[in-house]
Ligand binder design. Structure first.
Ligand SMILES: [Zn+2]
Length: 323
């Protein structure tokens, strides 16, 4: 781990580490609350939080194992990551299946016998506690989203996108908890099954998005990307190109565009066209495109404020002056 040399990466690492602790705290409280109230929904939410924690760990590994800030990163793909991923996936699979079976058997006995099958008992403090926990998770995600330009980290971006993309799941959970508190106990197993299914698909997405970033340092030659990108109308130059993943499966591309002043107002359209052109060529692809205009914005020049797109000596192969 060579974080000392790069304050930006170090701050990113620190943010992710804080995020991990907050997520683990939320996970612990959810599990205890689920145990105390016998709520399957709270257990399902804890399962989902566990996936978020797993996603945070993957991002941390990606940030920590990058040997140089902008250079050819050496990504760890050792036994530890493989074993950890397998352990997490099997734990989640086992817990998820147990949850679904318990919920289904509760629903089944509720239908077949008149006795009260749902043993969940929620009171007001639990609902309040969950509101606070979900607000805390949302706050840290919103902060990361707000600062994402400063950090310029793919791993952080993927994780933030994942968490923000799942916000609606937390909203549904909260509505469900309020319903259970209002004695609608049947909601508990029904939503628990739904949330578990979504959590598993969410895990699938985390693996699909984040594992490629741990695998291949460079998926496509920067020259080839610059060749395509500079053909798009309005693009003057294309620099700082990085790509990872597996062409045909999932590729992640990060690049900085210098666009013609006339196109400054429609920069987002140029960006969309760039992404479309790359996707046409390389298949499934996620692009993070930074647009630079004439007065260089701070985010892009944060690392090397004095050098104007000249190559830092340690990273000769990833910086490219296109067009
Ligand atoms: Zn999630």
């Amino acid at each position: 781990m060579n974080l000392a040399a790069d304050p930006q990466r170090r701050r990113c690492y620190r943010l992710l580490l804080t995020w991990l602790w907050v997520t683990l705290l939320v996970l612990g409280i959810e599990a205890i609350a689920g145990w105390a109230t016998r709520s399957l929904l709270l257990f399902a939410e804890a399962l989902h939080t566990f996936i978020d924690a797993f996603s945070t760990v993957l991002s941390l590994v990606a940030v920590a194992s990058a040997q140089r800030p902008l250079g050819r990163e050496v990504w760890g793909h050792g036994r530890a990551e493989v074993a950890g991923t397998l352990a997490a996936v099997s734990l989640l699979g086992f817990t998820g299946l147990s949850l679904v079976f318990t919920a289904l058997s509760q629903l089944f006995s509720a239908v077949t016998s008149s006795a009260d099958a749902f043993r969940v008992a929620l009171d007001r403090p639990v609902v309040y506690l969950m509101v606070v926990l979900l607000a805390l998770s949302l706050a840290i995600a919103a902060y990361a989203y707000y600062r994402i330009q400063d950090f310029g980290s793919l791993a952080l971006m993927l994780h933030t996108q994942h968490v923000l993309g799942d916000v609606w799941l937390s909203g549904v959970t909260l509505v469900g908890l309020i319903a259970i508190w209002q004695q609608q106990t049947w909601v508990d197993p029904v939503l628990a099954v739904g949330l578990t299914v979504f959590s598993i698909s969410s895990l699938w997405q985390v693996l699909g998005d984040q594992l490629p970033t741990l695998l291949r340092p460079m998926a496509i030659a920067p020259e080839a990307i610059a060749q395509i990108v500079t053909q798009i109308e309005g693009v003057t130059r294309c620099v700082r190109i990085r790509s990872r993943g597996l062409v045909g499966r999932q590729v992640w591309v990060e690049l900085h565009l210098i666009i013609h002043p006339e196109f400054a107002g429609v920069a987002h359209i140029v960006g969309e066209r760039v992404e479309a052109a790359l996707r046409l060529q390389y298949g499934p692809l996620r692009a993070q495109i930074w647009v630079e205009d004439a007065p260089p914005n701070q985010a892009a020049y944060l690392q090397y404020p004095q050098t104007e797109w000249t190559e830092p000596e340690s990273t000769p192969d990833n910086w490219l002056e296109g067009g």
